[in-house]
Design a protein around this ligand. Structure first.
Ligand code: UDP
Length: 344
């Protein structure tokens, strides 16, 4: 049986595709390549170019492959963009998840793993690591769009022969330790990506969004989780569903938070480079502190993180960024050669 990975040309989806293949699974990727890259899809995966909201294409993908589980990564993920373009987020993250769930159920496929987010929690009354049972009060359309998708999946699982695991990701960072894939999105806005770009002189420095949060150093606190540990949690979720596990929503994080300043210091230390740090105002939609209590995933999914170390996260992110730079230089060289030999 095969696993359908939507968004498999993107950051987390491509790590998932590699991890599934490493685990001996057959992999089918569906991606419209709006932010992902065809080269990020492992050669052994079967690739379909298209949108997860295209019902005809979904029917074709399900008819042409023996798929027993869907892992749904395709979606939009930038908080400030969601504040500026909420309806796009509700379309891409909520409506299209509804369509995908409908097509999945219609095809008789029972297992669904969904990329959810810690953004469903918003600001919590205290700084304690957040449990799945905490009040759900997203501060931005991104979090709302994912929460609505969770609710739909829950109701669909009650009504149909269909079970799902929604994993609420905290801050995913780092890259495949084997260097096969990493965060390659052009114009990515995530802190560790921005900081490693600054360390490698790819940008002029880093702006800190807010220094007046109620945290020890005034900057925002997040629970950064290595992407390889995250995809491992998905593999565990897949086995859980295949052995009959009930619908489950679980946090994926390490249970420890780092401030923006601590992250920047770690990037400087690990890279041996310093860069400009500019102190600025808060970014709209941001919460002060978001840290996971992930005991549920550890217990029910038997998930044990193996890269729980900010330095390792930063090291792998740096290695991938260097690889991207070499790639860019290679592309430029090739372009120059083509231009030199082209007949005008
Ligand atoms: N952040 C920052 N400067 C940046 C990007 C992010 O200060 O250039 C902060 C942001 O305000 C938050 C943390 O870093 O406190 C993580 O933000 P990111 O965008 O990486 O992930 P999010 O938590 O928004 O999903």
């Amino acid at each position: 049986m095969a696993v359908l990975v939507t968004g498999g040309a993107g950051y987390i989806g491509s790590h998932m595709a590699w991890a599934l293949l490493d685990a001996g699974e057959e992999v089918v990727v569906l991606d419209r390549l709006s932010t992902g890259f065809r080269w990020a899809v492992p050669p052994a995966a079967r690739f379909y170019l298209g949108d997860v909201g295209n019902m005809d294409l979904l029917a074709q993908v399900f008819a042409e492959n023996r798929i027993d589980a869907v892992m749904h990564f395709a979606g939009s993920i930038v908080v400030p963009q969601s504040v500026a373009h909420p309806l796009e987020y509700y379309d891409n993250n909520t409506s299209k998840t509804r369509l995908l769930a409908e097509a999945t159920i219609a095809a008789g496929i029972k297992h669904f793993v969904f990329s959810s987010t810690a953004a469903v929690y918003g600001d919590q009354p205290d700084d304690a690591p957040v449990l799945e049972s905490a009040p759900l009060q997203p501060k931005n359309p991104y979090g709302q769009s994912k929460l609505m998708a969770e609710i739909m999946l829950r109701d669909a699982a009650s009504a149909h022969d269909f079970r799902f695991v929604a994993l609420r990701y905290f801050n995913v960072a780092g890259a495949d330790p084997q260097g096969r894939t990493g965060l390659s999105t052009v114009g990515a806005t995530h802190l560790i990506k921005i900081a490693v770009e600054a360390a490698l002189a790819q940008r002029s420095g880093v702006d800190i969004f807010g220094t007046d949060y109620p945290t020890p150093d005034g900057t925002g606190i997040r629970d950064y989780i290595h992407v390889s540990d995250l995809v491992e949690a998905h593999l565990r979720a897949l086995s859980y569903l295949r052995r009959g596990g009930e619908a489950l929503i679980a946090n994926c994080g390490y249970g420890r938070g780092y401030s923006v300043l601590e992250v920047l210091q770690t990037v400087m230390r690990v890279s041996g480079e310093s860069f400009d740090v500019r102190y600025g105002p808060r970014r709209p939609g941001d919460a002060a502190s978001v840290v996971a209590n992930a005991t549920l995933a550890r217990r029910l999914l038997d998930w044990t993180p193996r890269h729980d170390d900010l330095e390792v996260i930063v090291q792998t992110a740096l290695a991938w960024e260097r690889h991207l730079m070499e790639r860019k230089i290679g592309d430029l060289r090739e372009l120059r050669q083509r231009l030199a030999t082209a007949a005008f």
